[in-house]
Design a protein around this ligand. Sequence first.
Ligand code: SF4
Length: 95
Amino acid sequence: MKIGSVPERLATLHYDVDEEQPHVEVDQDEVRRTRTGPLLVRICPAHVYAAEPDGTISVTAAACLECGTCLAVAPPGTVSWHYPRGGFGVGFREG
Ligand code: SF4
């Protein structure tokens, strides 16, 4: 079995997005107050967080790998993260 590059591997994942209860959100005021935006943008391997021109941090929860890194490093109150409800989230294998 050929082991591909990280982008090739990420392209094989699939996601079932929970539109009713997003599993990752940010508190924009706390992120701004603690200047956590650049940290979130830098540490997420799936590029879930992005800096927007208006200074806010956008969240694309559908790309989340559920690695927990952001929850481990973000100051309390900046990131709200939990595992997706059953049946939702990232799928690492087909079938
Ligand atoms: Fe990114 Fe991992 Fe946090 Fe998901 S859990 S948003 S992949 S750092």
